[in-house]
Design a protein. Structure first.
Length: 453
Protein backbone atom coordinates (compact mmCIF):
# COMPACT_ATOMS: atom_id res chain seq x y z
CA UNK A 1 0.00 0.00 0.00
CA UNK A 2 2.80 2.31 0.82
CA UNK A 3 4.39 1.82 -2.58
CA UNK A 4 1.11 2.50 -4.31
CA UNK A 5 0.61 5.56 -2.23
CA UNK A 6 4.12 6.61 -3.06
CA UNK A 7 3.49 6.03 -6.75
CA UNK A 8 0.19 7.89 -6.59
CA UNK A 9 1.81 10.65 -4.65
CA UNK A 10 4.56 10.92 -7.30
CA UNK A 11 2.02 11.18 -10.05
CA UNK A 12 0.08 13.81 -8.10
CA UNK A 13 3.29 15.70 -7.48
CA UNK A 14 4.10 15.84 -11.19
CA UNK A 15 0.66 17.17 -11.99
CA UNK A 16 0.20 19.44 -9.00
CA UNK A 17 3.77 20.80 -8.97
CA UNK A 18 3.39 23.33 -11.84
CA UNK A 19 -0.02 24.39 -10.51
CA UNK A 20 1.42 25.02 -7.07
CA UNK A 21 4.35 26.93 -8.58
CA UNK A 22 2.10 29.20 -10.62
CA UNK A 23 -0.14 29.81 -7.61
CA UNK A 24 2.85 30.72 -5.50
CA UNK A 25 4.40 32.98 -8.23
CA UNK A 26 1.29 34.96 -9.09
CA UNK A 27 -1.00 34.74 -5.98
CA UNK A 28 1.43 35.43 -3.16
CA UNK A 29 3.25 38.68 -2.52
CA UNK A 30 6.62 36.99 -2.21
CA UNK A 31 6.05 35.08 -5.41
CA UNK A 32 5.18 38.23 -7.33
CA UNK A 33 8.33 39.96 -6.07
CA UNK A 34 10.48 37.02 -7.15
CA UNK A 35 8.83 36.95 -10.59
CA UNK A 36 9.41 40.68 -11.04
CA UNK A 37 13.08 40.26 -10.21
CA UNK A 38 13.42 37.38 -12.68
CA UNK A 39 11.75 39.37 -15.42
CA UNK A 40 14.05 42.36 -14.90
CA UNK A 41 17.09 40.10 -14.90
CA UNK A 42 15.99 38.54 -18.18
CA UNK A 43 15.42 41.97 -19.70
CA UNK A 44 18.88 43.08 -18.64
CA UNK A 45 20.38 39.91 -20.03
CA UNK A 46 18.58 40.39 -23.33
CA UNK A 47 19.74 44.00 -23.55
CA UNK A 48 23.31 42.96 -22.76
CA UNK A 49 23.26 40.26 -25.42
CA UNK A 50 21.80 42.68 -27.93
CA UNK A 51 24.50 45.27 -27.26
CA UNK A 52 27.19 42.59 -27.66
CA UNK A 53 25.71 41.47 -30.96
CA UNK A 54 25.61 45.06 -32.22
CA UNK A 55 29.21 45.64 -31.18
CA UNK A 56 30.38 42.38 -32.73
CA UNK A 57 28.42 43.15 -35.86
CA UNK A 58 30.04 46.58 -36.06
CA UNK A 59 33.49 45.06 -35.66
CA UNK A 60 32.73 42.51 -38.38
CA UNK A 61 31.43 45.28 -40.60
CA UNK A 62 34.54 47.40 -40.13
CA UNK A 63 36.79 44.42 -40.85
CA UNK A 64 34.80 43.65 -43.96
CA UNK A 65 35.05 47.25 -45.16
CA UNK A 66 38.82 47.17 -44.70
CA UNK A 67 38.98 43.93 -46.66
CA UNK A 68 36.83 45.41 -49.40
CA UNK A 69 39.02 48.49 -49.56
CA UNK A 70 42.16 46.36 -49.91
CA UNK A 71 40.37 44.16 -52.42
CA UNK A 72 39.45 47.27 -54.42
CA UNK A 73 43.00 48.60 -54.33
CA UNK A 74 44.40 45.24 -55.47
CA UNK A 75 41.77 44.82 -58.17
CA UNK A 76 42.34 48.37 -59.42
CA UNK A 77 46.10 47.80 -59.53
CA UNK A 78 45.61 44.60 -61.52
CA UNK A 79 43.16 46.32 -63.85
CA UNK A 80 45.57 49.19 -64.46
CA UNK A 81 48.42 46.74 -65.08
CA UNK A 82 46.24 44.86 -67.53
CA UNK A 83 45.38 48.11 -69.28
CA UNK A 84 49.05 49.07 -69.50
CA UNK A 85 49.95 45.64 -70.86
CA UNK A 86 47.10 45.79 -73.36
CA UNK A 87 48.12 49.27 -74.46
CA UNK A 88 51.77 48.24 -74.73
CA UNK A 89 50.80 45.17 -76.72
CA UNK A 90 48.68 47.31 -79.01
CA UNK A 91 51.44 49.86 -79.46
CA UNK A 92 54.02 47.11 -79.90
CA UNK A 93 51.85 45.44 -82.51
CA UNK A 94 51.63 48.71 -84.44
CA UNK A 95 55.38 49.13 -84.05
CA UNK A 96 56.15 45.64 -85.40
CA UNK A 97 53.75 46.03 -88.32
CA UNK A 98 54.35 49.66 -89.30
CA UNK A 99 57.89 50.59 -88.24
CA UNK A 100 59.98 47.45 -87.87
CA UNK A 101 62.04 47.10 -91.10
CA UNK A 102 62.20 43.29 -91.19
CA UNK A 103 59.55 41.07 -92.71
CA UNK A 104 57.88 38.60 -90.35
CA UNK A 105 58.45 41.09 -87.51
CA UNK A 106 57.16 38.80 -84.76
CA UNK A 107 60.02 36.38 -85.42
CA UNK A 108 62.69 38.92 -84.54
CA UNK A 109 62.10 38.89 -80.77
CA UNK A 110 62.41 35.11 -80.71
CA UNK A 111 66.01 35.51 -79.69
CA UNK A 112 64.47 35.28 -76.23
CA UNK A 113 61.68 33.39 -74.49
CA UNK A 114 58.97 34.59 -72.10
CA UNK A 115 58.84 32.89 -68.70
CA UNK A 116 56.81 33.43 -65.53
CA UNK A 117 58.86 33.99 -62.39
CA UNK A 118 56.93 32.84 -59.32
CA UNK A 119 59.24 34.72 -56.96
CA UNK A 120 58.36 38.08 -58.52
CA UNK A 121 55.00 37.00 -59.97
CA UNK A 122 55.95 38.67 -63.24
CA UNK A 123 56.59 37.69 -66.83
CA UNK A 124 60.29 37.96 -67.69
CA UNK A 125 62.44 37.59 -70.81
CA UNK A 126 65.28 35.08 -71.01
CA UNK A 127 67.76 35.24 -73.90
CA UNK A 128 68.21 31.99 -75.77
CA UNK A 129 71.74 30.70 -75.30
CA UNK A 130 73.93 28.08 -76.95
CA UNK A 131 75.71 25.57 -74.69
CA UNK A 132 79.38 25.16 -75.60
CA UNK A 133 82.42 23.45 -74.09
CA UNK A 134 83.31 23.63 -70.38
CA UNK A 135 79.65 24.07 -69.37
CA UNK A 136 79.62 27.59 -70.81
CA UNK A 137 76.68 29.31 -72.48
CA UNK A 138 76.88 32.03 -75.12
CA UNK A 139 74.41 34.31 -76.86
CA UNK A 140 74.78 34.19 -80.67
CA UNK A 141 75.48 37.30 -82.72
CA UNK A 142 72.59 38.23 -85.04
CA UNK A 143 73.63 39.36 -88.54
CA UNK A 144 71.22 41.34 -90.72
CA UNK A 145 71.72 42.76 -94.22
CA UNK A 146 69.82 45.92 -95.05
CA UNK A 147 69.49 44.80 -98.66
CA UNK A 148 66.21 44.61 -100.53
CA UNK A 149 65.48 41.66 -102.77
CA UNK A 150 64.84 44.11 -105.58
CA UNK A 151 68.36 45.60 -105.29
CA UNK A 152 70.94 44.80 -107.96
CA UNK A 153 72.72 41.55 -107.10
CA UNK A 154 70.82 41.25 -103.80
CA UNK A 155 69.83 37.63 -104.38
CA UNK A 156 73.46 36.63 -104.95
CA UNK A 157 74.87 38.67 -102.04
CA UNK A 158 72.28 37.42 -99.58
CA UNK A 159 72.53 33.80 -100.71
CA UNK A 160 76.34 33.74 -100.59
CA UNK A 161 76.51 35.41 -97.18
CA UNK A 162 73.83 33.13 -95.81
CA UNK A 163 75.74 30.04 -96.98
CA UNK A 164 78.98 31.42 -95.55
CA UNK A 165 77.40 31.91 -92.12
CA UNK A 166 75.63 28.55 -92.13
CA UNK A 167 78.79 26.69 -93.18
CA UNK A 168 81.35 28.44 -90.99
CA UNK A 169 79.52 30.27 -88.16
CA UNK A 170 76.76 27.80 -87.36
CA UNK A 171 74.19 29.01 -84.83
CA UNK A 172 74.91 26.07 -82.51
CA UNK A 173 78.70 26.35 -82.55
CA UNK A 174 81.25 28.26 -80.46
CA UNK A 175 81.28 31.02 -83.11
CA UNK A 176 77.48 31.12 -83.17
CA UNK A 177 75.79 33.55 -85.56
CA UNK A 178 72.05 33.80 -86.22
CA UNK A 179 71.41 34.72 -89.85
CA UNK A 180 68.69 37.24 -90.66
CA UNK A 181 69.98 37.51 -94.21
CA UNK A 182 67.37 38.54 -96.77
CA UNK A 183 64.79 39.55 -94.16
CA UNK A 184 64.64 43.28 -94.99
CA UNK A 185 61.21 44.44 -96.16
CA UNK A 186 61.06 45.68 -99.72
CA UNK A 187 58.86 48.61 -98.64
CA UNK A 188 61.15 49.59 -95.74
CA UNK A 189 63.63 52.38 -96.51
CA UNK A 190 67.34 51.74 -96.01
CA UNK A 191 68.40 54.68 -93.86
CA UNK A 192 69.42 55.65 -90.33
CA UNK A 193 65.81 55.92 -89.14
CA UNK A 194 65.13 52.29 -90.07
CA UNK A 195 68.22 51.22 -88.16
CA UNK A 196 66.99 53.10 -85.08
CA UNK A 197 63.61 51.35 -85.30
CA UNK A 198 65.41 48.04 -85.64
CA UNK A 199 67.51 48.91 -82.59
CA UNK A 200 64.39 49.66 -80.51
CA UNK A 201 62.96 46.25 -81.32
CA UNK A 202 66.16 44.21 -80.92
CA UNK A 203 67.82 46.15 -78.10
CA UNK A 204 69.85 43.93 -75.79
CA UNK A 205 70.47 41.22 -78.36
CA UNK A 206 73.96 41.37 -79.93
CA UNK A 207 73.34 42.47 -83.50
CA UNK A 208 75.33 43.43 -86.60
CA UNK A 209 73.61 45.26 -89.47
CA UNK A 210 75.38 45.56 -92.82
CA UNK A 211 73.90 48.45 -94.77
CA UNK A 212 75.14 49.04 -98.35
CA UNK A 213 74.43 52.52 -99.71
CA UNK A 214 74.40 52.74 -103.52
CA UNK A 215 75.61 55.98 -105.13
CA UNK A 216 76.64 57.18 -108.60
CA UNK A 217 73.79 55.34 -110.26
CA UNK A 218 74.54 52.17 -108.34
CA UNK A 219 78.14 51.86 -109.54
CA UNK A 220 79.68 52.79 -106.17
CA UNK A 221 78.64 51.16 -102.91
CA UNK A 222 79.49 52.32 -99.38
CA UNK A 223 79.29 49.69 -96.68
CA UNK A 224 77.94 51.16 -93.47
CA UNK A 225 77.91 48.98 -90.36
CA UNK A 226 75.70 49.27 -87.30
CA UNK A 227 76.06 47.20 -84.17
CA UNK A 228 75.10 46.85 -80.51
CA UNK A 229 76.39 44.32 -78.03
CA UNK A 230 74.90 42.02 -75.42
CA UNK A 231 72.95 44.14 -72.94
CA UNK A 232 74.72 47.36 -73.93
CA UNK A 233 72.98 50.41 -72.47
CA UNK A 234 73.02 52.62 -75.55
CA UNK A 235 70.61 55.40 -76.52
CA UNK A 236 71.40 54.73 -80.19
CA UNK A 237 73.26 51.95 -82.04
CA UNK A 238 76.93 52.36 -82.93
CA UNK A 239 77.57 53.02 -86.62
CA UNK A 240 80.66 53.46 -88.77
CA UNK A 241 81.67 53.43 -92.44
CA UNK A 242 83.45 50.19 -93.23
CA UNK A 243 84.57 51.26 -96.71
CA UNK A 244 83.40 51.51 -100.27
CA UNK A 245 83.82 49.62 -103.50
CA UNK A 246 83.29 50.46 -107.15
CA UNK A 247 81.37 47.71 -108.89
CA UNK A 248 82.50 48.80 -112.37
CA UNK A 249 86.16 48.87 -111.29
CA UNK A 250 85.88 45.38 -109.85
CA UNK A 251 84.20 44.19 -113.02
CA UNK A 252 86.96 45.70 -115.16
CA UNK A 253 89.67 43.86 -113.18
CA UNK A 254 87.76 40.61 -113.48
CA UNK A 255 87.41 41.26 -117.20
CA UNK A 256 91.15 41.91 -117.54
CA UNK A 257 91.95 38.66 -115.78
CA UNK A 258 89.43 36.65 -117.81
CA UNK A 259 90.57 38.04 -121.16
CA UNK A 260 94.17 37.14 -120.34
CA UNK A 261 93.09 33.64 -119.38
CA UNK A 262 90.91 33.36 -122.48
CA UNK A 263 93.79 34.41 -124.73
CA UNK A 264 96.17 31.96 -123.05
CA UNK A 265 93.82 29.04 -123.59
CA UNK A 266 93.31 29.90 -127.27
CA UNK A 267 97.06 30.25 -127.89
CA UNK A 268 97.95 27.03 -126.06
CA UNK A 269 95.29 25.09 -127.92
CA UNK A 270 96.47 26.68 -131.20
CA UNK A 271 92.96 27.65 -132.10
CA UNK A 272 92.32 30.48 -134.51
CA UNK A 273 91.44 33.55 -132.52
CA UNK A 274 88.32 35.43 -133.63
CA UNK A 275 89.41 38.40 -135.73
CA UNK A 276 87.28 40.95 -133.87
CA UNK A 277 88.51 39.63 -130.52
CA UNK A 278 92.15 39.84 -131.64
CA UNK A 279 91.81 43.30 -133.16
CA UNK A 280 89.67 44.96 -130.51
CA UNK A 281 90.69 43.24 -127.30
CA UNK A 282 93.97 41.36 -127.43
CA UNK A 283 96.00 44.31 -128.73
CA UNK A 284 94.62 46.59 -126.06
CA UNK A 285 95.26 43.88 -123.49
CA UNK A 286 98.88 43.59 -124.60
CA UNK A 287 99.48 47.33 -124.21
CA UNK A 288 97.92 47.40 -120.74
CA UNK A 289 99.87 44.32 -119.62
CA UNK A 290 103.19 45.85 -120.69
CA UNK A 291 102.56 48.94 -118.59
CA UNK A 292 100.80 47.28 -115.62
CA UNK A 293 103.79 47.47 -113.26
CA UNK A 294 104.42 51.15 -114.02
CA UNK A 295 100.86 52.31 -113.49
CA UNK A 296 99.19 53.44 -110.30
CA UNK A 297 95.99 51.72 -109.22
CA UNK A 298 93.90 54.62 -110.53
CA UNK A 299 95.67 54.81 -113.90
CA UNK A 300 95.48 51.05 -114.35
CA UNK A 301 91.74 51.19 -113.74
CA UNK A 302 91.40 54.01 -116.27
CA UNK A 303 93.10 51.95 -118.96
CA UNK A 304 90.85 48.99 -118.28
CA UNK A 305 87.87 51.08 -119.42
CA UNK A 306 89.01 50.61 -123.08
CA UNK A 307 88.42 46.85 -122.84
CA UNK A 308 85.11 45.61 -124.16
CA UNK A 309 83.40 42.58 -122.71
CA UNK A 310 83.30 39.84 -125.34
CA UNK A 311 80.03 37.97 -125.34
CA UNK A 312 81.96 34.72 -124.88
CA UNK A 313 83.01 35.64 -121.34
CA UNK A 314 80.40 38.18 -120.32
CA UNK A 315 78.50 35.76 -118.07
CA UNK A 316 81.70 34.62 -116.36
CA UNK A 317 82.68 38.22 -115.60
CA UNK A 318 79.26 38.97 -114.11
CA UNK A 319 79.33 35.85 -111.93
CA UNK A 320 82.85 36.42 -110.62
CA UNK A 321 82.12 40.08 -109.91
CA UNK A 322 79.15 39.12 -107.76
CA UNK A 323 81.28 36.50 -105.98
CA UNK A 324 83.91 39.12 -105.09
CA UNK A 325 81.28 41.54 -103.77
CA UNK A 326 79.76 38.70 -101.75
CA UNK A 327 83.22 38.07 -100.30
CA UNK A 328 83.24 41.66 -98.97
CA UNK A 329 80.06 40.91 -97.04
CA UNK A 330 81.38 37.56 -95.80
CA UNK A 331 84.68 39.02 -94.59
CA UNK A 332 82.89 41.84 -92.82
CA UNK A 333 80.48 39.45 -91.07
CA UNK A 334 83.30 37.06 -90.17
CA UNK A 335 85.54 39.78 -88.73
CA UNK A 336 82.76 41.29 -86.63
CA UNK A 337 81.67 37.83 -85.42
CA UNK A 338 85.27 37.03 -84.42
CA UNK A 339 85.55 40.33 -82.56
CA UNK A 340 82.28 39.71 -80.69
CA UNK A 341 83.13 36.16 -79.62
CA UNK A 342 86.71 37.01 -78.69
CA UNK A 343 85.85 40.07 -76.59
CA UNK A 344 82.78 38.50 -74.94
CA UNK A 345 83.85 34.87 -74.43
CA UNK A 346 87.57 34.64 -75.25
CA UNK A 347 86.87 32.42 -78.29
CA UNK A 348 89.76 32.49 -80.78
CA UNK A 349 89.07 34.02 -84.25
CA UNK A 350 87.79 31.73 -86.99
CA UNK A 351 87.96 33.78 -90.22
CA UNK A 352 91.80 33.57 -90.55
CA UNK A 353 91.33 29.84 -91.22
CA UNK A 354 88.81 30.52 -94.02
CA UNK A 355 90.12 33.32 -96.21
CA UNK A 356 91.66 31.03 -98.84
CA UNK A 357 88.16 29.65 -99.55
CA UNK A 358 86.72 33.07 -100.47
CA UNK A 359 86.80 34.08 -104.17
CA UNK A 360 88.41 37.45 -104.86
CA UNK A 361 89.57 37.86 -101.25
CA UNK A 362 92.89 39.34 -102.48
CA UNK A 363 91.30 42.79 -102.55
CA UNK A 364 90.39 42.44 -98.87
CA UNK A 365 93.71 41.08 -97.56
CA UNK A 366 95.23 44.43 -96.42
CA UNK A 367 92.06 45.26 -94.46
CA UNK A 368 91.82 41.77 -92.94
CA UNK A 369 95.46 41.90 -91.84
CA UNK A 370 95.15 45.35 -90.24
CA UNK A 371 91.88 44.44 -88.54
CA UNK A 372 93.23 41.32 -86.85
CA UNK A 373 96.48 42.97 -85.82
CA UNK A 374 94.50 45.69 -84.05
CA UNK A 375 92.08 43.16 -82.53
CA UNK A 376 94.85 40.87 -81.26
CA UNK A 377 96.84 43.62 -79.57
CA UNK A 378 93.79 45.23 -78.01
CA UNK A 379 92.82 41.91 -76.43
CA UNK A 380 96.38 41.22 -75.24
CA UNK A 381 96.30 44.56 -73.43
CA UNK A 382 93.08 43.72 -71.56
CA UNK A 383 94.16 40.15 -70.79
CA UNK A 384 91.62 38.32 -72.94
CA UNK A 385 94.28 36.83 -75.25
CA UNK A 386 97.36 35.06 -73.98
CA UNK A 387 100.69 35.77 -75.73
CA UNK A 388 100.74 32.22 -77.08
CA UNK A 389 97.21 32.43 -78.53
CA UNK A 390 97.93 35.86 -80.02
CA UNK A 391 101.05 34.55 -81.78
CA UNK A 392 99.13 31.56 -83.15
CA UNK A 393 96.33 33.76 -84.49
CA UNK A 394 98.76 36.02 -86.36
CA UNK A 395 100.83 33.08 -87.61
CA UNK A 396 97.71 31.37 -88.97
CA UNK A 397 96.71 34.57 -90.76
CA UNK A 398 100.23 35.00 -92.19
CA UNK A 399 100.20 31.46 -93.62
CA UNK A 400 96.75 31.94 -95.16
CA UNK A 401 97.69 35.28 -96.73
CA UNK A 402 100.92 33.79 -98.09
CA UNK A 403 98.97 30.97 -99.78
CA UNK A 404 96.91 33.57 -101.66
CA UNK A 405 99.05 36.65 -102.22
CA UNK A 406 101.99 36.99 -104.56
CA UNK A 407 103.49 39.73 -102.42
CA UNK A 408 105.26 38.98 -99.15
CA UNK A 409 104.63 42.52 -97.93
CA UNK A 410 101.13 41.62 -96.82
CA UNK A 411 102.24 39.10 -94.22
CA UNK A 412 105.71 40.37 -93.24
CA UNK A 413 104.23 42.60 -90.55
CA UNK A 414 102.39 39.61 -89.11
CA UNK A 415 105.58 37.52 -89.03
CA UNK A 416 107.40 40.40 -87.35
CA UNK A 417 104.67 40.50 -84.68
CA UNK A 418 105.01 36.75 -84.11
CA UNK A 419 108.77 37.08 -83.62
CA UNK A 420 108.28 39.75 -80.97
CA UNK A 421 105.57 37.78 -79.17
CA UNK A 422 107.66 34.60 -79.29
CA UNK A 423 110.22 36.08 -76.88
CA UNK A 424 107.62 35.66 -74.12
CA UNK A 425 106.87 32.01 -75.00
CA UNK A 426 108.89 29.10 -73.69
CA UNK A 427 109.35 25.38 -74.33
CA UNK A 428 107.83 23.41 -77.17
CA UNK A 429 105.46 26.19 -78.26
CA UNK A 430 108.43 28.51 -78.68
CA UNK A 431 110.22 26.00 -80.93
CA UNK A 432 107.05 25.34 -82.94
CA UNK A 433 106.65 29.02 -83.76
CA UNK A 434 110.32 29.32 -84.78
CA UNK A 435 109.94 26.34 -87.12
CA UNK A 436 106.74 27.83 -88.60
CA UNK A 437 108.49 31.14 -89.29
CA UNK A 438 111.46 29.36 -90.90
CA UNK A 439 109.16 27.22 -93.03
CA UNK A 440 107.24 30.27 -94.19
CA UNK A 441 110.44 32.15 -95.08
CA UNK A 442 111.94 29.16 -96.89
CA UNK A 443 108.85 28.75 -99.03
CA UNK A 444 108.89 32.45 -99.84
CA UNK A 445 112.57 32.36 -100.82
CA UNK A 446 111.99 29.27 -102.96
CA UNK A 447 109.10 30.95 -104.74
CA UNK A 448 111.23 34.05 -105.42
CA UNK A 449 114.09 31.91 -106.78
CA UNK A 450 111.74 30.10 -109.15
CA UNK A 451 110.18 33.35 -110.38
CA UNK A 452 113.60 34.94 -110.96
CA UNK A 453 114.92 31.80 -112.69
Amino acid sequence: MSSAVFFLGGMLGRIAGPIAQNWFRYKTKLGREIELCDTEAKKQMLLFELDNKKELSQIDHEKKMIQLEKQFVDARKKAEEQMVISRQEWQQKLFWEKCFPLRNPYEMPLGYKIVFKESSEKMECLLNTVPVANNKEIVPLRVITAVKDSSSGAATFNAELSMFIVNHFAANDIHAVISDIGSWKDDAPINDASINYLFQGAKGQPTLVIMPLYTNGGSTVRLKVWSWGLGENLPYPKGFDYGWYNIKAIKRKVLYSEIKEYSRVIQESKMIMPSTFERDVVKKLSIISQNEEKLSEEDFDRLLTVLDIPSEIQDVVERKTNEIISTFFSCLAGMCADSYHLTQYGTLPHLPHLINTLPGVEIMLPYIRDYYRALVYSQINVGVLSIEDAANVEMTLAKEIKSISKSSELYEDLVSDVRKLNFSIEGEKHRELINSIRELNNETNLKQIKSNG
